[in-house]
Write a protein that binds this ligand. Structure first.
Ligand code: PHE
Length: 383
């Protein structure tokens, strides 16, 4: 018998014990929101592209999201035990193939084969992550990169000055009040030094972009060892939320005309909320089986029961409730002093952006979440 496969973008991929790709994720692959001309993500992409013009920057907007572990991690020098590699954080198609977690997955290839010194890559990226108004397991990034000769860098006051100057072109204004932004030093396995630009939004500092000087191995492998390379990766949703005043990341996926018809190619306009529907908070508390008493990220391959991770809860809720889940928070964590068993309590906020949910509907979603916890994770629900 032929081994089981999964079909994505018209190709069959063998699956194995690393596979963790749920249907609510694979169904997002064909959407390509950054290429829909009057979608706010495409408008945002075009605006940033206009600030980093061709031919100095060459644009790539339809690279496949299916990449090798080598492209996504190894080519960038991610250590073997980096938490980003774990199945709790990354969607694996099989042990060698993932959905890219960032557009940096294409850096090495593009530096090597690119026809110009600079490029912009816009694409959908995939990460297992929290559920709230600024996090969604599929989002869009734009990678920008360029190589400079040492002379060019020195003339401009060094590579850090070049980066600051280039990053000043990035749109970072809000539609409402002037935004508070700040630069912070950061760490990425593939750049040094590295920085992040953060913006204050709805009471929290959010990462807008990361950037830094790329490892010398990249220009070297591209056959230009004397050049210096720098790169940035910006979250298109984050920029679009500021530019258009979009308050919830799920809206980008809406097929509701009241959302889509508000936007026109080439125009930044304020998002007009169509209505605010009531939230519905539901708590769920459960005991974990004694063998899975950790919520730490663990690079967990192979068979056997793996520790329950907070992102597992996020996946269950997204798979059951889709975009009806607005946020999910761990509100209590408790280890029984005698048995050592662990109990978790999550608060789920169900709210549709498009209509009022009925009690029955929410109760049945909540019941399905409980069923998955019991059947697939061996949890014992505490009533
Ligand atoms: N790929 C990084 C991320 O997703 C962002 C980044 C891109 C950082 C390029 C530095 C240089 O967080």
């Amino acid at each position: 018998p032929s081994p089981p496969t999964i079909r994505l973008e018209g190709r069959h991929y063998p699956i194995d014990e690393w596979t963790n790709l749920p249907s609510h994720i694979s169904s997002a692959l064909p959407r390509k929101l950054h290429l829909q001309p009057s979608h706010p993500l495409s408008i945002t992409r075009r605006l940033i592209e206009s600030r980093f013009p061709e031919p100095a920057y060459q644009y790539h907007n339809d690279l496949s999201p299916i990449v090798t572990v080598h492209q996504n991690f190894d080519s960038l020098g991610f250590p073997i035990d980096h938490p980003g590699r774990s199945r709790t954080d990354t969607y694996y198609i099989n042990k060698d193939t993932v959905l890219r977690t960032h557009t940096s997955a294409h850096q090495a290839d593009t530096f090597r084969t690119g026809k110009s010194d600079g490029f912009l890559i816009s694409a959908d990226v995939y990460r297992r992550d929290a559920i709230d108004r600024s996090h969604y397991p599929v989002f869009h990034q734009m990678e920008g990169a360029r190589m400079w000769s040492r002379g060019e860098c020195e003339a401009k006051g060094g590579v850090a000055a070049v980066i600051r100057e280039e990053m000043d072109r990035m749109p970072k204004h809000g539609i409402d009040e002037p935004l508070r932004v700040r630069w912070v030093e950061a760490y990425f396995p593939f750049t040094s030094p590295s920085w992040e630009l953060e913006v204050y939004w709805q009471g929290n500092w959010l990462e807008l972009l990361g950037c830094g000087v790329v490892q010398q191995s990249l220009p070297k492998n591209a056959g230009v060892p004397d050049k210096i390379g720098w790169a940035f990766g910006v979250g298109l949703e984050r920029v679009a939320m500021l530019l258009f005043g979009i308050p919830d990341i799920r809206l980008f996926w809406s097929l509701d005309k009241r959302f889509l018809q508000q936007f026109k190619e080439g125009r930044i306009s304020r998002f007009v909320p169509f209505s605010k529907y009531p939230p519905c908070y539901k708590d769920i508390a459960f005991w974990l089986p004694s063998s899975s008493n950790s919520t730490n990220a663990a690079a967990a391959g192979g068979a056997g029961r793996v520790p329950f991770h907070e992102n597992d809860m996020m996946e269950i809720v997204r798979n059951v409730a889709g975009d009806l889940a607005e946020d999910v928070k761990l509100i209590d964590e408790f280890t029984h002093p005698k048995t050592g068993r662990k109990s978790l309590c999550f608060r789920i906020n169900y709210r549709s952006l498009e209509r009022t949910l009925t009690n029955d509907e929410v109760n049945s979603l909540q019941q399905m979440v409980k069923n998955v916890l019991v059947e697939e994770f061996g949890a014992e629900v505490r009533e």
